[in-house]
Design a protein around this ligand. Structure first.
Ligand code: SF4
Length: 350
């Protein structure tokens, strides 16, 4: 495989467990399996949406990928280079190539730092010595994210609106032109009216600069807006992954279907059909045996309670971890006799 064909990010068998400690001596009493053996790839220039309810492990997964948390096991490679084994100068270079936009810009921006200083901070760390160059690059980046540098550079976070703060946070993340960006619920703390503006800005920047995004969200309307591919996460594992158009139009896993049915309707015709997801996500300290979704699945079968479903290719590049058979595809002149059209890529997920 040539370097250009290789996925930009490869996540392999990633595990993150947190100890549960009890008593004054903080004796280990078990483990929370926040991320439990996850593998997938992110291709160059694509947006992969990682979607799931709160407690599914998606934010922990994002943080382990960025090495803000150390993993328990597994590997993460950026352009073939292991992030988890890197140290010193190599790690600093890889960190520059991987940036993050957090959910809450108010919490992620230093309240004592002006917008200009926040954006220029990364340039200092990257060794840009000239103050003038840093200021010029910070001003140009603020312009790129739709802010007027003259009115923004000297302002503190509390002097900006929520949407402006998130634009500053995006400018700060992108000023070093990273190769890979984790967007962790970047619009969920913003007013509805501002959310679409920020999503469109991220899409515009991606189209212009070719950024690769891992987009973490609980919101299916965000997935519809930005995703090229979708990975659905439940209780520390990926349960379905595939092209966004296919997963959204023909979800296979009952959990994906439940998430879609619980999402607010995008068409007036569908208002009132919304079906809230029932039950709670079980504790990741003691996940259910067999299929982890079996305690909430409306289609549960006996074997689901004891056997773990293997990866099942259910469409081109579309894989689901569920025992159910995919619905038979309608036979048309173009597809008759071409069983290869349902070839999946089981190796790219879990
Ligand atoms: Fe439901 Fe069984 Fe499929 Fe799990 S494997 S999602 S319990 S049908």
């Amino acid at each position: 495989m040539s370097a250009a064909d290789r996925p930009l990010l490869e996540v392999e068998g990633l595990v993150k467990r947190f100890p549960i400690e009890r008593g004054v001596f903080r004796r280990p009493a078990g483990w929370v399996r926040a991320v439990d053996g996850v593998s997938f790839e992110v291709r160059r220039g694509e947006t992969l949406c990682l979607v799931g309810e709160s407690g599914s492990g998606k934010t922990t997964l994002g943080r382990v990928i960025l090495r803000l948390l150390e993993p328990t096991a597994g590997d993460v490679r950026l352009d073939g280079e292991s992030i988890l084994r890197a140290a010193g100068r190599r790690l600093r270079r890889l960190r520059r190539d991987m940036q993050v936009v957090f959910q809450d810009p108010y919490g992620s921006l230093n309240p004592r730092m002006t917008a200009g200083a926040a954006v220029a901070e990364g340039l200092v760390a990257a060794g840009v010595r000239s103050r003038r160059e840093r200021e010029e690059r910070a001003a140009a980046m603020l312009r790129r994210v739709g802010l007027d540098p003259a009115g923004t550079l000297g302002r503190y976070p509390h002097e900006l609106s929520g949407g402006q703060r998130q634009r500053v946070a995006i400018a700060r993340a992108l000023v070093l032109r990273p190769r890979f960006v984790v967007c962790d619920e970047p619009v969920s703390s913003l007013d509805l009216s501002v959310q679409a503006q920020i999503l469109n800005l991220l899409l515009e920047l991606k189209a212009q600069e070719g950024y690769t995004y891992l987009f973490i969200t609980h919101d299916m309307s965000v997935v519809r807006h930005v995703a090229d591919r979708v990975a659905v996460m439940y209780l520390g594992r990926i349960v379905e992954i595939g092209p966004a158009a296919e997963v959204l139009a023909a979800p296979h896993h009952p959990y994906t279907r439940a998430l879609l049915e619980a999402a607010p309707a995008t068409h007036p015709r569908d208002r009132g059909r919304r079906k809230p997801l029932e039950g709670e996500v079980p504790s990741p300290a003691s996940p259910p045996p067999g299929c982890r979704f079996h305690t909430r699945c409306p289609l549960v079968m006996d074997r689901c309670r004891s056997e773990e479903p293997p990866a099942k290719p259910v469409g081109p590049g579309h894989v689901s971890w569920c025992f159910l058979e995919p619905p038979a595809a309608p036979v048309t002149a173009g597809t008759a006799g071409t069983s290869g059209t349902t070839r999946g890529t089981a190796r790219e997920a879990r």
